[in-house]
Design a protein around this ligand. Structure first.
Ligand SMILES: C[S@@+](CC[C@H](N)C(=O)[O-])C[C@H]1O[C@@H](n2cnc3c(N)ncnc32)[C@H](O)[C@@H]1O
Length: 372
C-alpha cells in the first residue's frame, strides 16, 4: 500500500504537542489546524501512531477530501472513493459524521449517500449484493465543514484515551490524552520528582510515569485496524516489541499523589498498579493543608476542584489560596495547574509565567504555568 494520509483529532490547544509526537514516530508532511493534526506515512506509521501517540484522540485514515454543496456533488465524489482497497466482503462498515456551516446539513441524508457509495464499490469488487457485515469494523466517518467534505476510516476503534489502565474512575477524572499533553508542557523528564496533591484517580501520576519511562500508552490495548484483512499481524507484533524495548527503567522518576478522599487515594493506587507503574508512585490520603515538598526541583501538576456552585466556588478559591502558599518558591518547584476559574491567579497569589487555553471536555480552562 502506498503512502496513507492520516488525521488525528486532539484537544484544542494541544496541536503543537501532537505535531511533535507525530514527527517523532516518523510522520511526514505534518500540518496542524483547529484540534487536528494531519500527516502521511506507511501502514507501519499508522501502527506506531495508534500505539505511541499520547495526545491523539484517534488515528483516522483520510479516504477523500472534496467540496460538495449539493447531494449530486456528494454522490459523484463518494462514488469515486476506493472503499474496496480496505474493506473486505464480510466486514462491517457503518457510517457516521457531522456537518457544520454547510449546504449539506442533513447528516442522515449524507450518511445514506456515503453508505450507498460504499455498497456499490464493494458489490462491484466482490460480485455480491447483500452484505452480512459480521467481520472486522471499518467505521466510516465524514466531516462537512463550510461545504468541505472529508471521509475517513477509523483505525483506532475505541478512543485512544482508553489506555486500558483506568477501569474505575472517580467523579471528575481528567481525560488521559489531555493529561498527557499537560505532562508534556510541564517538561517531565526521566529523573523528575512529580507531585499531584489532588490526584483523584491518578491520571497525572500515570501519564507522567509513562512520559518519564517512555512507555507507549497503547501497549495495554488493541485497535480496530488490527482486525483488518489488509493489516499484517507481524507489523503489530514488531511495533509492540519495539515499544516494549524502548521503555526506560533505569531512571529515578518518582510520583507522589495525595487526595483528601480516601476512596480516591485507593483508586489511584489501584490504577497505578494496573498501569504497571505501581513501584514508581506513592499515594496516600492527605489534605492540601498538610502538603509540603520533601524534594527540591519537584514538578507539580494538578487539576484542583473548581466548584460549580457558589458555596463550592468559595471553597475552591480558599484551596487556591492554600496552594499558592504551599507551592512556595516556583523556581525550585515549577507547577502547572489547570482550572476554568478565571481569577485563579488572584487567589493563588501569583501571576503565571505563561498561560495556555485548553478545553477539558466542553469546559474552557487555562493551564497556569509557573516556572521562573
Ligand atoms: C478534579 S478532581 C482531580 C481528578 C484527577 N486529576 C483525576 O484524573 O482523576 C479534584 C480532586 O481533589 C480532591 N480534593 C478536594 N479537596 C481537597 C483537599 N482539600 N486536599 C486534597 N485533595 C482534595 C477531590 O477529592 C478530587 O479527587
Amino acid at each position: 500500500m502506498e503512502k496513507i494520509k492520516m488525521s488525528c483529532p486532539c484537544h484544542f490547544g494541544l496541536e503543537s504537542v501532537l505535531k511533535f509526537e507525530i514527527g517523532r514516530i516518523g510522520g511526514e508532511d505534518i500540518s496542524a489546524k483547529d484540534g487536528r493534526v494531519s500527516f502521511t506515512g506507511s501502514f507501519r506509521t499508522l501502527t506506531k501512531a495508534n500505539l505511541c501517540l499520547s495526545t491523539a484522540e484517534r488515528v483516522l485514515i483520510v479516504l477523500s477530501e472534496f467540496k460538495a454543496e449539493n447531494p449530486k456533488e456528494l454522490i459523484e465524489a463518494a462514488d469515486r472513493i476506493p472503499f474496496e482497497d480496505y474493506i473486505g466482503r464480510n466486514d462491517r462498515f457503518p457510517v457516521k459524521g457531522h456537518s457544520l456551516n454547510s449546504s449539506l446539513h442533513s447528516v442522515p441524508a449524507c450518511q445514506s449517500i456515503i453508505k450507498k457509495a460504499a455498497v456499490n464499490r464493494l458489490s462491484k469488487k466482490y460480485g455480491i449484493t447483500s452484505f452480512n457485515e459480521t467481520g472486522a469494523l471499518f467505521q466510516i466517518q465524514f466531516s462537512i465543514l463550510n461545504d468541505n467534505v472529508t471521509v475517513y476510516l477509523d483505525s483506532s476503534g475505541e478512543g485512544l484515551h482508553k489506555r486500558g489502565y483506568r477501569k474505575n474512575s472517580n467523579d471528575a477524572p481528567i481525560k488521559e490524552t489531555l493529561a498527557a499533553g499537560i505532562i508534556d508542557l510541564a517538561h517531565i523528564r526521566k529523573d523528575s520528582i512529580f507531585y499531584d496533591p489532588f490526584c483523584g484517580s491518578g491520571t497525572f501520576l500515570i501519564e507522567a510515569a509513562y512520559k518519564a519511562m517512555n512507555i507507549a500508552p497503547g501497549l495495554k490495548r488493541t485497535f480496530a485496524a488490527e482486525q483488518w484483512g489488509i493489516s499484517d499481524p507481524k507489523l503489530w507484533e514488531e511495533e509492540r516489541a519495539s515499544a516494549l524495548a524502548a521503555i526506560k527503567r533505569d531512571n529515578d522518576f518518582f510520583a507522589y499523589g495525595y487526595d483528601i478522599d480516601p476512596e480516591a487515594a485507593a483508586l489511584s493506587i489501584e490504577n497505578c498498579r494496573k498501569a504497571g507503574i505501581g513501584n514508581r508512585a506513592e499515594v496516600r490520603q492527605a489534605d492540601i493543608h498538610d502538603f509540603r515538598y520533601e524534594y527540591e526541583n519537584a514538578v507539580t501538576v494538578c487539576n484542583p476542584p473548581y466548584g460549580e456552585r457558589l458555596l463550592e466556588l468559595k471553597e475552591a478559591e480558599n484551596l487556591y489560596n492554600v496552594m499558592g502558599k504551599k507551592f512556595g518558591s516556583t523556581q525550585n518547584h515549577p507547577c502547572f495547574i489547570i482550572t476554568p476559574h478565571e481569577q485563579f491567579e488572584q487567589f493563588f497569589g501569583k501571576t503565571a509565567d505563561k498561560k495556555r487555553k485548553l478545553y477539558n471536555g466542553m469546559i474552557k480552562c487555562q493551564l497556569y504555568m509557573y516556572y521562573n
